[in-house]
Design a protein around this ligand. Structure first.
Ligand code: SF4
Ligand code: F3S
Length: 161
């Protein structure tokens, strides 16, 4: 059974039909609401059987000092945590729904396997700061000078914890 699931996972990795992906995310969402957390979800209710690896999204460097927060309210599972000048995504809560990525005006959000070269450390940083910072669910106002910092390179030293 597991082999069969893995086979379909491999087969689907290049295809990931949107309808299947949404079905699995729907299951993941309802299971999160029941308090069950797993990086793997299984989709058995259609013609294909496969397991789907939840791929967390990651907030990267350009969010620092921009913190537009457009991303916050679209998240169905309240993954975002807020620090003084940066937001992070809880990798254990993210269900890979992709909704936040296009919302970010600073283009700072990426799937974990697509984080830009040189920013891989933000994967661990999101996981680390999630444990320290509170959840944010309401958008609020961005910093007044957010646009001035959008696209500025090497902002990591400016991160406030
Ligand atoms: Fe939330 Fe973005 Fe993850 Fe979707 S992809 S669950 S919006 S953090
Ligand atoms: Fe940051 Fe973009 Fe959200 S700048 S706060 S990840 S909308």
């Amino acid at each position: 059974m597991i082999n069969e699931l893995l086979y379909y996972d491999a087969w689907l990795s290049g295809l990931k039909p949107r309808s299947h992906r949404l079905a699995v995310q729907d299951v993941a969402l309802s299971r999160r609401k029941q308090g069950f957390n797993s990086p793997w979800e299984y989709h058995l209710g259609c013609q294909y059987k496969y397991q789907y690896k939840i791929m967390p999204f990651v907030v990267t460097e350009n969010c620092i000092k921009c913190k537009y927060k457009d991303c916050v309210e679209v998240c169905p599972v309240d993954c975002f945590h807020e620090g003084p000048n940066f937001l992070v995504i809880d990798p254990d809560e993210c269900i890979d729904c992709t909704l936040c990525e296009p919302e970010c005006p600073a283009k700072a959000i990426y799937p974990e396997d697509d984080v830009p070269a040189g920013q891989e450390s933000f994967i661990a940083l999101n996981a680390e700061l999630t444990k320290i910072w509170p959840v944010i669910t309401v958008r609020g106002e961005p910093p007044a000078d957010a646009a001035d910092w959008d696209g500025v390179a090497n902002k990591l030293p400016l991160l406030e914890r």
